[in-house]
Design a protein around this ligand. Structure first.
Ligand code: NAD
Ligand code: UDP
Length: 319
């Protein structure tokens, strides 16, 4: 089975959330394969500037919490529309929940009507504060339905449940990616997630804001690896109704991440401690056996290499 799937050449592809961080990388990669791409985005956290104009790309300002209707054939729909940074998704939690749940509903209806494959960007957050590690797809999670992260975690869980019902009831060609922390060039300076916060702080001489004692872990996946995984999920045959973890299993503590940036930047970094946010998961590490088995996919870019690319990108943008 070829690993880097490039048969999107004549694809008519809709990417909801295509102006965001992961979405813009995915759109560029699909365009490079020769696909025609329609981006659906309300520019809540994404920007038009993340996508440069070209004739196989159209960008439509649309909120996925309302029904979508587009003329013409569609082969694949990627649903990435949802703020992903805790700072952003908690700023307007009602809108986050509606985006996740109503967005999944409308895009599932749209994909069903078009006979298109639908790739849903779900999240490792469906595992909540996991009691099992590494997290396998069969783990049912440890989430709070009422906490500050619930708009996102529970919104994504409800979306998964709705999409599986579309698959069972209407035969919709649903594939669900549970995405683990993804980072890389192009993240917004004010994104608020840990990698972009730390890199911006380090490059501007500010202390790194370490939440809690820094012993909580995450497993960081470089964005090109994530894009390859999402494309593999979209192009594989006979996997409708599958839920698959995509992420890099290399787990480190947030304190180690800060220290690694200090080493990579050579000048070292200063740390200031801030309180750990409520319900912040203690551990996060994907079991990617299923992605390896069904998609022949695994990440290639080491954290050190990915951080160096990310630092270069932010350095250029920060001047
Ligand atoms: P992002 O915030 O950079 O991008 C999200 C995009 O969706 C933005 O362009 C935003 O404007 C758009 N959007 C938000 N609400 C919308 C709405 N109602 N209608 C239309 N567009 C809307 O986030 P990202 O990091 O690129 O994440 C993309 C997807 O991947 C999200 O669904 C997220 O939940 C999922 N995910 C990402 C990560 C990660 O680490 N990056 C981890 C787990 C899951
Ligand atoms: N974090 C931190 N400093 C920051 C931002 C985040 O220490 O400036 C921590 C956060 O508490 C969490 C981890 O880094 O434990 C990852 O946070 P992020 O917001 O990137 O994503 P999450 O995995 O929590 O959704």
């Amino acid at each position: 089975m070829p690993e880097q799937v490039t048969h999107f050449k004549d694809g008519e592809i809709v990417v909801a959330g295509g102006a965001g961080f992961v979405g813009a990388h995915l759109v560029r990669s699909l365009l490079k394969d020769g696909a025609r791409v329609t981006v659906i985005d309300n520019f809540h956290t994404g920007t038009r500037a993340s996508l440069s104009a070209q004739n196989r790309l159209q960008v439509i300002d649309h909120d996925v919490a309302t029904p979508l209707d587009l003329p013409g054939p569609v082969s694949h729909v990627f649903n990435l529309a949802c703020p992903a940074s805790p700072a952003h998704y908690q700023a307007d939690p009602i809108s986050t929940w509606r985006t996740s749940v109503y967005g999944a509903d409308h895009l599932a209806q749209f994909a069903t009507d078009k006979g298109a494959r639908l790739v849903q960007a779900s999240t490792s957050e469906v595992y909540g504060d996991p009691l099992e590690t590494p997290q396998r797809e069969s783990y049912r999670g440890n989430t709070s339905t009422i906490g500050p992260r619930a708009c996102y975690d529970e919104g994504k869980r409800a979306a998964e449940s709705l999409l599986m019902d579309f698959h069972r009831v209407h035969g919709t060609q649903v594939r669900i990616a549970r995405i683990f922390n993804t980072y890389g060039p192009g993240m917004a300076k004010n994104d608020g997630r840990v990698v972009s916060n730390f890199v911006v702080q380090a490059l501007t001489g500010a202390p790194l804001t370490l939440f809690g004692d820094g012993s909580q872990t995450r497993s960081f996946c470089y964005v090109s690896d994530m894009v390859a995984g999402l494309k593999a999920l979209a192009s594989a045959d006979n996997i409708d109704g599958e839920v698959i973890n995509l992420g890099n299993p290399n787990e480190i503590t947030v304190a180690e991440l800060a220290a690694l940036l200090g080493t990579l930047l050579e000048d070292g970094v200063e740390i200031c401690h801030e309180p750990l946010p409520l319900d912040d998961p203690r551990r996060r590490r994907p079991d990617i056996g299923k992605a390896q088995r069904l998609l022949n996919w695994s990440p290639k870019v080491s954290l050190q290499e990915g951080l160096l690319h990310t630092i270069d990108d932010f350095r250029a943008r920060l001047g």
